[in-house]
Ligand binder design. Structure first.
Ligand SMILES: [Cu+2]
Length: 233
């Protein structure tokens, strides 16, 4: 039983499902085009000057992000780089990364920009989404944007909904200097219900007592359960 479970986990690592950036619209479809691979850093092998590339106006104070995730769980990192042809994604929109569970749409109504990043109107940039699975191999996708200080068609509110099966927690930064490892905290969670309220969850760490080890353990259990269902379906 254990052996077959590990076989299934290994098979999931090479599945072609991967993920999609729904909003802002990704540079190009990296799922169905055989010449792209989401394993390729930094943008799935989609060149910046690809024909018919998408570029979306996005608020200069930060905006919303919608992902369609196809794996049972993943860790999510979101970075941003300035310019028209970005090679250095040196700003992080997830100073504490996300531990996401469930296959489906995850929409976050508002992502804060890092302190000190105050882009001018018309500043071009690229958002890079990195997801990481159990094997440590990462998947990449990019969405090109233009920052706008004025009105931007707001994707939040009713358009920003998260599937009921999808949720995430933010892995808290370690603040206790006396322990060297294993004492990070997962404190803030997002879900289908909270994602529609427009509340901001990025970067808040309340210092709850539950540890990372418990979070990881629960992910493993959830994964096992997901595969059990898959095997019986
Ligand atoms: Cu995949």
């Amino acid at each position: 039983m254990l052996a077959s479970l590990f076989t299934l986990v290994a098979a999931a690592g090479v599945a072609s499902a991967h993920f999609q950036i729904e909003y802002p619209t990704w540079r190009a479809d990296s799922l169905t085009n055989a010449s792209y691979s989401q394993y390729v850093f930094p943008c799935a092998g989609v060149p910046q000057d690809v024909a018919n590339a998408n570029r979306t106006d996005w608020p200069a104070t930060g905006g919303s992000l919608s992902l369609d995730l196809h794996h049972p769980w993943t860790y999510v990192f979101i970075n941003i780089g300035l310019g028209e042809n970005v090679t250095n994604f040196n700003y992080s929109l997830t100073p504490s990364f996300w531990n996401e569970t469930g296959s489906g749409v995850l929409c976050v109504p508002h992502l804060d920009l890092p302190v000190g990043l105050e882009p001018a109107d018309g500043q071009k940039a690229t958002i890079q989404v990195v997801t990481l699975g159990e094997s440590g191999s990462a998947l990449y996708n990019c969405a090109d944007i233009t920052f706008r200080t004025g009105d931007v068609a707001n994707f939040g509110g009713a358009n920003c909904t998260t599937d009921a099966a999808v949720s995430y927690t933010i892995i808290g930064e370690q603040t206790n200097g006396t322990s060297s490892s294993g004492s990070g905290t997962a404190t803030t969670s997002g879900s289908g219900s909270s994602a529609t309220t427009g509340s901001t969850t990025t970067g808040t760490n309340a210092g709850a007592a539950s540890g990372v080890n418990k979070t990881v353990l629960m992910s493993v259990v959830a994964l096992a359960v997901a595969f059990m269902y898959g095997m019986s379906a």
